[in-house]
Design a binder for this molecule. Structure first.
Ligand code: GTQ
Ligand code: FE2
Length: 366
């Protein structure tokens, strides 16, 4: 006879209550975990047309400085608990700095990346290095680096921010402090880290040989674009087409310990095969239009749109144009999964790697 039948349920309930009263529980009482391994929350998309008008309105409402440390529109995914991140590990946001404005320096334990969308002539000061910002450039602000932004041009500057705030918050490690002055001073020339490490295949014979944080702080678009076209001539991934991970030139690993950055080119007409993995990502559609099919739901995107890919969701990408390339920039939490030995991925085996489309994002969003 099974034990659970032998023990009367009143006695079991009493046992549970007495355990609870002393801050304990019986493991067999816990509800079953997520055995299916499906996506924990649905995808979300932010339209550029909406973002752009809110960003414009924000320029009429606040100035960076004492009133608002940063003029940032946060893309909070309403499906993620806390509604702070675009995914449960990463934030995405759009920041704008007008001509003559300074977003004052501060530092925080959370790490950030900037992916430049519009404008020119802005400098982000990163631990004394003035980093130039032009569209398609990636700029790193590693954790605890003093950083501030200054727009010395005659036009507005707009970029994507992505930070590891939800992850750092879950670890109760969010610390922040203001710089005592407006902007931390330049102690290095413009392009210092690029001059040292920007070749991609060489490093100065002096200096450190390893670091978990990329010593290269800026990744200019001209180089990224050239690399994509060269790779496209010879190879591509069945799941991501022509895709690069930005790398720490000293290690070949991720640029930051908590944030991975990718740029991918979907060649005209390409439809990738579906797969799923443990990591989540936030995509910014830098150029082109297409769709990403996520757990059978077709999410269409156009230039400027952002979308969040939840962890463990089946996904495949489609470039809807047969003439033009589509370019997707994304941040992901892959470095964390690799460091903790938690990464797994799985190809979609059925129907030659393609999902059945069971609905559109618009229908699902209601
Ligand atoms: O520019 O320093 O989107 O500290 C969020 C927090 C941007 C920044 C964000 C930040 C910044
Ligand atoms: Fe910051």
């Amino acid at each position: 006879m099974a034990i659970e039948q032998a023990v009367d349920s009143e006695r079991m309930e009493s046992f549970f209550r007495r355990l609870e009263a002393k801050g304990m529980d019986a493991l067999w009482r816990q509800r079953p975990g997520d055995r299916t391994g499906g996506a924990p929350f649905p995808p979300f998309r932010w339209r550029w047309s909406d973002i752009e008008s809110f960003v414009q309105e924000a320029t009429e409402l606040v100035r960076p400085g004492p009133q608002a440390e940063r003029r940032v529109v946060l893309l909070g995914n309403p499906h993620v608990p806390g509604n702070l991140g675009a995914t449960h590990t990463l934030t995405a946001a759009v920041q704008t700095v007008l001509p003559g404005e300074i977003a004052p320096s501060h530092r925080h334990t959370a790490a950030a990346i900037r992916w430049v969308l519009r404008g020119k002539g802005t400098i982000t000061m990163v631990d004394g290095e003035p980093c130039e910002m032009n569209p398609g450039d990636l700029v790193l602000t590693p954790g605890w680096c003093w950083h501030g932004h200054i727009n010395q041009s005659d036009g507005p500057m707009v970029w994507m921010d992505s930070l590891d705030v939800p992850l750092v918050g879950a670890l109760q490690a969010m610390l922040q402090e203001p710089y005592p002055d407006e902007l931390n001073p330049a102690t290095k020339p413009v392009g210092d880290s690029y001059a040292r490490y920007g070749s991609g295949s060489m490093r100065p014979v002096w200096g450190s040989t390893s670091s978990p944080i990329s010593p290269l702080l800026t990744f200019p678009w001209s180089q990224t674009e050239r690399a994509l076209h060269q790779l496209a001539k010879i190879d591509a991934s069945p799941f991501d087409d022509v895709a690069f991970q930005f790398t720490n030139p000293l290690t070949g690993g991720h640029v930051l310990p908590t944030i991975g950055c990718w740029i991918q080119m979907l060649r005209p007409g390409v439809r990738t095969q579906a797969h799923r993995h443990m990591t989540s990502a936030v995509y910014q559609v830098f150029r082109g239009r297409g769709s990403t099919i996520i757990d059978g739901v077709q999410l269409d995107w156009e230039e400027g749109d952002f979308f969040a890919l939840p962890p463990r969701a089946w996904h495949e990408h489609v470039n809807r144009s047969t003439e033009h390339e589509a370019l997707l920039f994304s941040t992901n939490d892959l470095p964390v999964f690799e460091a903790l030995n938690l990464y797994r991925e799985e190809p979609y085996a059925d129907r030659n790697g393609h999902q059945d489309v069971i609905g559109s994002y618009e229908e699902r969003a209601g």
